[in-house]
Design a protein around this ligand. Structure first.
Ligand SMILES: CC(C)=CCC/C(C)=C/CC/C(C)=C/CC/C(C)=C/CC/C(C)=C/CC/C(C)=C/CC/C(C)=C/COP(=O)(O)OP(=O)(O)O
Ligand SMILES: O=P(O)(O)OC[C@@H](O)CO
Ligand SMILES: [Mg+2]
Length: 236
């Protein structure tokens, strides 16, 4: 559990994050290896099938460990108290305002005075894998040139001053030149990259062009390969 005074600032030092999906089965042995791996944080989230029940269940299991645990909010029904931080995605390249501000407006109206604002961290998502569930769900315009993607990132960094830009290729390894261009054009926002990191090699390639890598699906397919990715923490 993080100390309150360093909560939101702590993301500035993260190099590696494991993302766990409450909608997927994970045995205790695998969870133990993930939580004890040396990763900087566990992010709980998914784009479908996330419920209050499966989120509470996973949080309570991760809480047996000291590693920070944050919730990436994708569904209001699954907002569970007790996380270290709440990551709030806004999809910058959506064609439907619901995914950039609509759900957020309704959430704030519904939760009102209960919102622990200090624990909320906004993520400007740039969704780039057109075949992913998240791209389809959010009607993202994924056919972007590198300069178009970089300009979305500059909106997040300079106009909106968001703490995080999340370059999301969920399911496939992305275009590292594009990620590098996004990163180079960003001054203040931390650039997270996720998608198709499946071993030490892909982890190192991605880590070279962003601030923080996020590793998801491989945990469920090949634990040993997933654990290799933590090696990025040894490199500057
Ligand atoms: C008392 C207490 C604890 C209160 C909590 C306070 C709180 C958190 C209040 C809510 C404040 C707020 C503004 C909430 C926003 C609500 C909301 C639902 C916003 C919409 C978020 C959004 C844009 C969702 C779209 C999907 C998305 C971007 C999800 C992020 C995670 C993601 C991309 C997972 C990928 O999942 P995966 O399953 O791997 O996907 P693929 O199948 O595509 O591979
Ligand atoms: O599941 P993968 O492809 O590793 O992607 C991680 C994360 O960016 C998903 O939101
Ligand atoms: Mg996933």
């Amino acid at each position: 559990m993080l100390e309150e005074c360093v909560l939101a600032d702590s993301i500035q030092s993260w190099r590696h994050v494991f993302k766990l999906d409450p909608d997927k089965e994970l045995n205790d042995e695998t969870l133990d290896a993930v939580c004890m791996s040396g990763t900087d944080a566990i992010m709980i989230g998914g784009s479908s099938g996330v419920t209050y029940e499966n989120t509470v269940d996973l949080l309570s299991r991760v809480r047996r460990y000291e590693v920070p645990c944050v919730l990436e909010v994708s569904d209001l029904e699954a907002v569970v108290p007790g996380f270290d931080l709440y990551m709030i995605p806004m999809v910058l390249n959506t064609t439907d305002s619901n995914w950039i501000i609509g759900q957020h407006q309704r959430a704030i109206e519904q939760f009102g005075y209960m919102i622990p604002w200090d624990l909320l961290v906004t993520e400007g998502y740039i969704v780039l894998n057109g075949d992913s569930t998240v791209a389809k769900l959010t009607s993202a315009n994924t056919s972007l040139s590198a300069s178009a993607a970089a300009s979305y990132a500059q909106i997040a960094d300079k106009l909106m001053q968001l703490p995080i830009i999340y370059v999301e290729y969920s399911g496939v390894f992305g275009d590292m030149e594009m990620v590098q261009k996004i990163h180079r054009g960003t001054e203040r926002s931390r650039v997270l990259y996720g998608g198709g990191i499946v071993d030490k090699s892909t982890a190192l390639q991605a880590a070279a062009v962003c601030d923080t890598i996020v590793v998801g699906n491989i945990i469920y397919r090949d634990l040993a390969k997933a654990l290799e990715t933590v090696a990025v923490k040894d490199r500057v």
